[in-house]
Design a protein around this ligand. Structure first.
Ligand SMILES: Cc1cc2nc3c(=O)[nH]c(=O)nc-3n(C[C@H](O)[C@H](O)[C@H](O)COP(=O)(O)O)c2cc1C
Length: 174
C-alpha cells in the first residue's frame, strides 16, 4: 500500500516538475560532435555557462542517455553548442528527429564546418561554442556533459530562438 502511495506521489511530483519546467523558457541549441566514434547532432534546451574564468571558460549540456549523440560525445570527447536563431525551427525539428533527416543525414539540412576540436559548427548559428569534454556524470536518464571552451564564434546580428510552454515562442514586436 505504501509503495502504491509513494509511486502516485512520485508521478504527481514528476508531472508538476514537467509542468513547471515548461514555464522556464530557454534558448534552443544543436549540440554536435564528430571524431573517431562518428558524427551526430541533437537539439537541446539544457545548456548553460559554468564559469568564464579559470584556465578556459566552461559550460555544460544535459543529454539523454537514449540520444544517439550521447555515446559519440563521450567517445569523441568534444562537442559544439550551436545556439539557433529565430527562423531556424526546421533545423531544431530535424536535429530533434521531429522531422525526417534529408537523405537520412541530419547534417544535409544545414551548412556546417569543422572546428578545432573536430566537432562541426552550424555555419548560420547565432553563436557556436566549440568545447573539449572534460567531465561527464550520469544523473537519472541524462548525462551532464561539461566542456572547456576552445573557441566562440558569434554572428553579428540575429535573435535567439526560444522554447517555452512546449512551443517555439514568437519574439515580441519592438
Ligand atoms: C526544443 C527542444 C529541446 C530539447 N532539449 C533536449 C535536451 O536538453 N536534452 C536532450 O537530451 N534532449 C532534448 N530534446 C530532445 C532531443 O532533441 C531528441 O530526443 C533527440 O534528438 C532524439 O535523439 P535522436 O535524434 O538520436 O533520435 C529537445 C528537443 C526539443 C525539440
Amino acid at each position: 500500500m505504501a509503495d502504491t502511495t509513494d509511486a502516485t506521489a512520485g508521478e504527481a511530483l514528476r508531472a508538476a516538475f514537467l509542468e513547471g519546467m515548461s514555464r522556464a523558457a530557454a534558448s534552443v541549441s544543436v549540440v554536435t560532435t564528430d571524431g573517431a566514434a562518428g558524427r551526430a547532432g541533437v537539439t537541446v534546451s539544457a545548456m548553460t555557462s559554468i564559469s568564464a574564468d579559470g584556465a578556459a571558460p566552461t559550460m555544460l549540456t544535459c543529454l539523454n542517455a537514449s540520444s544517439s549523440a550521447l555515446p559519440l560525445v563521450l567517445e569523441n570527447k568534444c562537442f559544439c553548442i550551436n545556439v539557433l536563431r529565430t527562423g531556424q525551427t526546421e533545423i531544431s525539428d530535424v536535429f530533434s528527429s521531429r522531422l525526417p533527416a534529408p537523405g537520412g543525414d541530419k547534417f544535409n539540412a544545414v551548412a556546417h564546418e569543422v572546428m578545432a576540436t573536430g566537432a562541426p559548427r552550424l555555419s548560420d548559428a547565432l553563436v557556436s561554442f566549440d568545447c573539449r569534454l572534460i567531465s561527464a556524470e550520469r544523473i537519472g536518464t541524462h548525462h551532464i556533459c561539461i566542456g572547456e571552451v576552445a573557441e566562440v564564434i558569434t554572428a553579428h546580428e540575429g535573435e535567439p530562438l526560444l522554447y517555452g510552454l512546449r512551443k517555439y515562442l514568437r519574439p515580441e514586436a519592438h
